[in-house]
Design a protein around this ligand. Structure first.
Ligand SMILES: NC(=O)C1=CN([C@@H]2O[C@H](COP(=O)(O)OP(=O)(O)OC[C@H]3O[C@@H](n4cnc5c(N)ncnc54)[C@H](OP(=O)(O)O)[C@@H]3O)[C@@H](O)[C@H]2O)C=CC1
Ligand SMILES: Nc1nc2c(c(=O)[nH]1)N=C([C@H](O)[C@@H](O)CO)CN2
Length: 248
């Protein structure tokens, strides 16, 4: 039985595509999901081991960690799960415009899903990651999927961007802590996949932000993950997949 690759947030889009990709390679995949879609049943049928876990629920996180800590070794952890929460809109006449969460709740949630849970999983699974390297320097991996806005900031997703910046800072710390067996890298995407509600005006405005105005697609992430997993010398770095947004 091969050492598993753990992927968080496999229910849809990039996480789902990553899980399918590794299953097709014959790789053992362990995934976490929050909402149950038909994709979850499909991944189970394809042989994935899946754990339901809402990262906002501490009891579910504790159970997930306890289960994963039973593994003897782990080939890689890909921290993909993410909640793209906008900042609440406040007006001087209202303490809080009709929005779902207060500012403190938005920041707490962003730090929980993008920082606290990856931090807890990395610390809890250090021994398994080192064992997963076999006898090879750089033989196992942690990948933090951040966001281009971690370096640029965002006027409408301040808490989200700050939490992604914190996630990348953990790449620096864990890369030093886990070497030489384990490589730790960030992948910072920009425009990979639009969402169903993104209208033509939004899409045109967003594409125009990059030198290469395109919706990159899952393959850009999958191929970079494969490159990092096959490397034995790349660690502690951020790998941008952003169409040259920084030069626009
Ligand atoms: N798509 C893009 O263009 C870009 C993506 N990225 C990053 O790439 C990664 C993948 O992106 P994408 O596939 O679009 O992400 P999505 O937002 O489409 O999916 C994220 C996954 O994480 C899960 N998730 C969200 N909140 C929680 C939670 N509290 N507990 C457990 N799971 C949770 C979601 O579950 P559920 O289905 O229940 O909501 C979903 O399966 C993310 O880290 C994202 O920030 C960065 C820049 C651009
Ligand atoms: N968890 C998510 N994070 C992000 C998403 C997403 O759909 N889910 N989407 C983006 C956008 O594509 C943005 O990069 C361009 O508008 C950012 N993060």
């Amino acid at each position: 039985m091969t050492s598993p690759i753990i992927i968080t947030g496999v229910g849809k889009r990039i996480g789902y595509a990553l899980a399918k990709h590794f299953l097709a390679q014959g790789q053992r995949v362990i995934g976490t999901y929050r909402s149950h879609y038909a994709s979850i049943d499909e991944l189970t049928t394809l042989g994935a081991t899946l754990y339901p876990c809402d990262f906002y629920d501490d009891a579910q996180v504790r159970f997930l960690i306890a289960e994963l800590a039973k593994l003897p070794q782990i080939r890689a952890i890909i921290h993909n799960a993410s909640d793209w929460l906008p900042d609440p809109v406040l007006t001087k006449n209202e303490s809080l415009k009709s929005t779902t969460f207060a500012p403190s709740q938005v920041l707490q949630r962003m730090m929980q899903v993008h920082v606290s849970v990856p931090y807890q999983l990395n610390l809890a699974l250090e021994a398994q990651l080192r064992a997963g390297a076999g006898d090879e320097i750089g033989g196992s991996d942690v990948i933090h999927i951040t966001d281009y806005v971690a370096e640029k900031g965002s006027q409408k997703h301040i808490a989200y961007a700050a939490s992604k910046a914190a996630l990348h800072n953990m790449t620096l710390s864990f890369a030093a802590k886990f070497a030489p067996e384990v490589k730790v890298n960030s992948i910072a995407p920009a425009m990979i996949l639009f969402n169903a509600g993104d209208d033509a005006a939004y899409q045109q405005k967003t594409l125009a932000k990059a030198l290469l105005p395109k919706e990159a697609g899952n393959a850009e992430i999958i191929e970079l993950v494969d490159y990092l997993l096959n490397s034995r010398y790349v660690t502690g770095r951020c790998h941008n997949v952003d169409g040259g947004r920084h030069l626009r």
